[in-house]
Design a protein around this ligand. Structure first.
Ligand code: ME8
Length: 594
C-alpha cells in the first residue's frame, strides 16, 4: 500500500492537523538557491543540461495550428541548445483526463482510453510529420504519471497544504477552470438563450457546489510575488510578467484540487479517497515532473526546466504551478516562455466558425519546413497574429525560395562555379584595410554577418525567434546585393586577377550561406541540411562552435577552402503560387533573385 495513512477522509484530517505547525513555518524560498553565489559542483554539471516542455495538449479534438506553433517553438529552442552542445531534454504529449475529455469520449461513443489513444496518435503523427524532435512523449494516462501525481499529492497532503472543504462557484468545463464572479459575464448561446461565460475565454460556465479538497493557494501569495520580483526573467515576455504580478495583487483564494467522483470518473482518484478525483490541472502540470523522473530521479532536469505555453494558460503555469512546487519543496521553473495566439481571418479559431486551420494539411501543402518557417518568422510572442494561406506562400517564396534559394543557386551553379568547389579567398582582392576591389558596402556586409550569431543567440534565448529570422533574412539580402553589385558572371576567368576576385566573391558568399544554413537548423532542419550538404559542410561542422565566419579574412586557415561541393540535389525550396496556394503543386525556383 502506498498511502496507508490516507485511506479514510477522517484519517486525512488527522494528518492535516498533525502537520499544521510545520506548514506555519514559511516554506524556504527555493528559487533563491539557484541564483546564489555558492555554485555547487552539481549545478556546474547542470549548466549544460536544458529541459524544455510544451503544454500537453487536450485530446478532445484534433490538433490545430496553435498546437503546432507551441511545439515548433519548443522544438526550435531544443535544437538550438543541442547545437550549442547542451544535453537537452524536450517533452511534449497529451492531457487525457478531465470532464472535457470524458464528455468528448461519450459523444464519440468510445471508451475514454480508446478515444484518447486515437487522438494522442494524431498529435504524434503531426509532430513527426513536422520534425518535432521531442525526446519524451507523455500521456497522462500512463502508469508512470499516475505514480508521480499520487506521490506529489501525498507530499502536499503531508505538509498540510491540502484540506477537505467545499467549493461553490463558477466552473468552465471547456477551460477546466474555476472562476471568480468578477471573471464571469453574460452572453447568448446559439439558440439565443442567456448563459454565463468566462470573460477571458468566452467559454460557457456553470455554477457548481461540491465537497472537495482545497489547496492553500492563498498562503503562497507573498512568496510568489517575491519570486517574480526577484526573477524578472521568470515569465517572458515582460507584458505577461506584469500580468501575473497584477493577478497576484488581487485576491488569491484557495484552489479546489479535486472533483466528486460521481461527476468526474475519468481521472486519477485522490489517494485514500475513492470518492474524489484529482483536479485535471494539478494532474496535468505534474507531467513536467513525471518526464524529469519524479519522484526519484528528477534532480538533473528539474533544476533547468523551462515551459513554453500559450497565453491562455498563464495563470495555471505562473501561479498554480509555482505554488504547488513551493508547497512540495521543489525548485521553480527557470523560465516560462509565453506566446500569443493565432487568429484566422481576424477571428479566434473555433469549430463553430469553421475556421480551424489543420496543421497537418498545411504542412503537406507548404512542406514541414515551410510551415515551421512561417510560424516562427511571423509569430510574435507579445501579440496575436493572423494566419492566411496567401501570407504563407508569399513569405516562403520571398525568403526561402527566392532570396536564400536564389543565392545558393547562383553561387553553386556550374556557370559561375565550374570547378564545383569552395573556391579560394584572395586577401589582396579583399584586404582588411580598404584598397582592393571591395567597396564600403562589402565591409558593412561582412561586419553584419560576423555579428549575426550573437544577434541570433540573443533572440533565440528569449524566444523572440521572429527577430532572429528578421536578422538572418536581412543578411541574406545583403549577400544577394553583394553578388549583384559585383556581377561576377560578367568577369573573365581567363584573366587571373579577375578569376581571383570571382573566387573571392564566391568564397565569401558560400561562407555567408554556411552561416545562414547553420543558424537556420533549429527552424528549417531539412532545408538547412540540404544547403549545408550542398556546400560540403559535414555533420560535425554544423555546430554553434563551428560558426567561425570567414577565417581567411581574419588571417586564419579555412577548412572549407578548396573542398569539393556536395552533390546538387535540386532547388533548395520550391516556389508556390501565392493566389492559389492550396491547389498549387510546387514549382521550380527562380534561378536568381535579390
Ligand atoms: O490548455 N494560437 O491544452 P490545449 C496559438 N491541456 N497557440 C494556441 C492556440 C492559438 N489559437 N490555441 C491553443 C491545454 N494554443 C492544457 C495544457 S499543460 C500542463 C496543460 C496552444 O489543447 C497554446 O500553447 O487547450 C495553448 O496553451 C496550448 O495550445 C494548449 O492547448
Amino acid at each position: 500500500m502506498r498511502f496507508p495513512f490516507l485511506f479514510a477522509t477522517r484519517g486525512c484530517r488527522a494528518v492535516y492537523r498533525l502537520h499544521q505547525k510545520q506548514f506555519l513555518s514559511p516554506v524556504p524560498p527555493l528559487w533563491k538557491h539557484r541564483s546564489s553565489a555558492a555554485v555547487s559542483t552539481q549545478l556546474c554539471k547542470d549548466d549544460r543540461s536544458y529541459y524544455i516542455t510544451t503544454p500537453i495538449f487536450y485530446v478532445n479534438a484534433s490538433p490545430h495550428l496553435g498546437h503546432l506553433y507551441s511545439a515548433v517553438l519548443a522544438d526550435c529552442l531544443h535544437r538550438y541548445k543541442l547545437l550549442q552542445g547542451f544535453n537537452s531534454k524536450f517533452a511534449t504529449g497529451t492531457d487525457e483526463h478531465g470532464l472535457k475529455i470524458q464528455q468528448a469520449a461519450e459523444a464519440a461513443g468510445k471508451d475514454p482510453l480508446t478515444f484518447c489513444t486515437g487522438v494522442s496518435k494524431q498529435f504524434r503523427h503531426l509532430f513527426s510529420s513536422c520534425n518535432i524532435s521531442y525526446t519524451d512523449y507523455i500521456r497522462t494516462t500512463e502508469q508512470r504519471h499516475r505514480e508521480a501525481v499520487e506521490h506529489f499529492w501525498s507530499v502536499l497532503w503531508n505538509k498540510g497544504l491540502i484540506y477537505k472543504g467545499s467549493y461553490e462557484g463558477w466552473y468552465s468545463t471547456q477551460d477546466e477552470s474555476f472562476l471568480m464572479p468578477s471573471q464571469v459575464g453574460d452572453a447568448l448561446d446559439s439558440l439565443g438563450q442567456e448563459i454565463k461565460v468566462s470573460l477571458e475565454s468566452g467559454h460557457k460556465v456553470e455554477w457548481m457546489k461540491e465537497e472537495n479538497y482545497m489547496f492553500r493557494l492563498s498562503a503562497f501569495q507573498s512568496q510568489l510575488l517575491d519570486w517574480l520580483k526577484g526573477n524578472p526573467q521568470a515569465v517572458q515576455p515582460e507584458r505577461f510578467h506584469q500580468a501575473v504580478l497584477k493577478w497576484l495583487h488581487e485576491d488569491l483564494p484557495d484552489l479546489s484540487v479535486s472533483r466528486q467522483r460521481s461527476r468526474l470518473q475519468w481521472g486519477i482518484p485522490v489517494p485514500g479517497d475513492d470518492e474524489q478525483t484529482i483536479y485535471v490541472w494539478l494532474d496535468a502540470l505534474v507531467n513536467y515532473l513525471t518526464v524529469a523522473g519524479y519522484p526519484d530521479k528528477h534532480n538533473q532536469w528539474w533544476h533547468v526546466a523551462r515551459h513554453v505555453i500559450g497565453k491562455d494558460i498563464l495563470k495555471f503555469h505562473a501561479i498554480y504551478w509555482p505554488a504547488f512546487l513551493l508547497g512540495a519543496g521543489l525548485p521553480l521553473p527557470k523560465v516560462i516562455h509565453v506566446h500569443s495566439h493565432w487568429t484566422v481571418g481576424g477571428k479566434k479559431m473555433s469549430k463553430s466558425l469553421g475556421n480551424v486551420v489543420d496543421p497537418l494539411e498545411r504542412s503537406q501543402m507548404f512542406t514541414a519546413d515551410g510551415m515551421r518557417y512561417f510560424l516562427l518568422r511571423q509569430g510574435v510572442p507579445d501579440s496575436d497574429c493572423d494566419y492566411t494561406d496567401d501570407k504563407v506562400a508569399k513569405l516562403l517564396n520571398a525568403e526561402l525560395a527566392d532570396s536564400l534559394g536564389g543565392l545558393l543557386n547562383r553561387c553553386t551553379a556550374p556557370a559561375l562555379n565550374p570547378a564545383q568547389v569552395y573556391p579560394s579567398f584572395c586577401p589582396q582582392s579583399f584586404p582588411r584595410a580598404h584598397g582592393g576591389r571591395a567597396v564600403r558596402e562589402d565591409y558593412h556586409m561582412l561586419d553584419a554577418v560576423k555579428k549575426l550569431p550573437a544577434v541570433v543567440e540573443k533572440h533565440y534565448e528569449t524566444m523572440h525567434i521572429y527577430k532572429a529570422l528578421e536578422a538572418i533574412s536581412a543578411c541574406v539580402r545583403l549577400t544577394n546585393r553583394f553578388v549583384q553589385r559585383h556581377t561576377p558572371w560578367k568577369m573573365d576567368r581567363k584573366n587571373s586577377e579577375d578569376e581571383r576576385w570571382v573566387d573571392t566573391i564566391i568564397h565569401i558568399s558560400l561562407e555567408c550561406l554556411r552561416m545562414y544554413g547553420t543558424l537556420l537548423q533549429p527552424i528549417v532542419p531539412e532545408t538547412s541540411n540540404k544547403l549545408l550538404s550542398r556546400l560540403g559542410v559535414q555533420p560535425h561542422e554544423r555546430s554553434w562552435a563551428a560558426l567561425n565566419f570567414l577565417a581567411r579574412y581574419q588571417g586564419m586557415d579555412c577548412p572549407f577552402e578548396g573542398r569539393a561541393l556536395g552533390s546538387d540535389s535540386g532547388v533548395l525550396f520550391s516556389r508556390l503560387e501565392p493566389h492559389n496556394a492550396d491547389k498549387q503543386k510546387p514549382k521550380k525556383t527562380k534561378k536568381s533573385a535579390n
